[in-house]
Design a protein around this ligand. Structure first.
Ligand code: NDP
Length: 297
């Protein structure tokens, strides 16, 4: 990896892509993308760049001059990057967040959001779940919840119920989803402690955790699972640990479950395609993620 980076800088032969984050050390995208580039026989290298928020603008403006083909953006840059981009995909514009930047031939920067398609494809292909006409309970109202909510709304869900610790953020997400939804989507909010939460869970075909509760093994389940029925699919956007307390509890109730690993791999695969025009080996990307996680859980 280090020799390839040096070669890229010295000769300009290898195409450089990467990820901007702060912090970025924890990111699994470099091993996942580099494995996919190698397997595809593409002379690309993917490098993590630790970019503090105050340096984001000037770092993006340097991409074209340095010959960098594109970058992923992770926390805290997905929204703040937008003013520095020349063009946005429809999804990125509507969601108001960018996780993939492509440098165009004329040096302009084009922003995309592949988190939405990562979630939608994982839901459909990893969990075998079709969104159209279904009811979903969405836990969380941050960036991931916005991408998940958009995927549900644009995928034709019949109802999305939002539950979040901070009521104002739940309200903001509801306003956003109503603004992007087709007319037959019902969007509502339930407070975490409200008695009606159990009824909403009982009616839900899908429960998605898009909070960061569960990242620590000691974290509690994000909401009470009273009312959860075995027919409901429970999806956790968290992939490390692979089995959160939420997923374990849902399995104990007989539910089918899915973690966020497929979502992560699929958003990365969509970024790969934006930069190279080719489909990567998705199963290799998933395998690489699992291997990294088993080495550094
Ligand atoms: P944000 O900081 O934007 O949002 C965090 C969310 O978690 C908010 O809804 C927040 O509630 C809630 N939350 C945080 N701590 C608590 C707590 N102690 N109790 C209750 N609620 C809490 O983060 P993101 O949306 O970017 O990320 C959320 C999760 O999504 C992360 O776990 C991340 O791993 C996952 N993710 C997975 C991806 C994948 O590809 N699999 C991609 C992106 C994210 P409040 O509004 O009240 O603060």
């Amino acid at each position: 990896m280090k020799a390839a980076v040096l070669d890229a800088i010295v000769t300009g032969k290898t195409r450089v892509v990467g990820i901007f984050g702060w912090p970025v050390r924890h990111s699994l995208s470099p091993p996942m993308q580099n494995a996919a580039f190698r397997a595809a026989g593409l002379d690309y290298v993917y490098i993590p760049f630790a970019i503090p928020p105050a340096k984001l603008g000037e770092s993006l403006q340097l991409l074209a001059g340095l010959g960098i083909a594109g970058v992923n953006l992770t926390v805290p840059h997905k929204e703040s990057a937008i003013p520095y981009l020349h063009k946005l995909s429809k999804t990125a514009r509507r969601v108001g967040a960018v996780n993939t930047v492509r440098v165009l031939k004329n040096g302009n920067l084009e922003g995309h959001n592949t988190d939405v398609i990562g979630f939608a494809q994982s839901l459909q292909r990893d969990a075998g779940f079709k969104i159209r006409g279904k009811s979903a309970l969405l836990i969380g109202a941050g960036g991931a919840a916005r991408a998940v909510g958009y995927a549900l709304a644009s995928g034709g869900a019949a109802k999305v119920t939002i539950v979040n610790r901070t009521a104002q953020r739940a309200y903001n997400l509801a306003v956003f989803l109503r603004s992007v939804a087709r007319k037959n989507l019902t969007v509502q909010i339930v407070e975490p402690g409200e008695a009606s939460l159990a009824e909403e869970i009982a009616q839900a075909d899908l429960v998605v955790n898009a909070t960061s509760l569960g990242l620590k093994v000691s974290d509690p389940v994000p909401i009470s699972l009273r009312g959860l029925r075995p027919k409901t699919l429970v999806f956790d956007t968290i992939y490390n640990p692979s089995q959160t307390r939420l997923l374990k509890a849902a399995r104990a109730k007989g539910c089918k479950t899915c973690n966020g690993l497929g979502m992560l791999a699929r958003q990365g695969a969509a970024s790969f395609k934006i930069w190279t025009g080719r489909d990567p080996d998705l199963s290799l990307m998933m395998k690489t993620l699992r291997r990294c996680l088993s080495r550094h859980p």
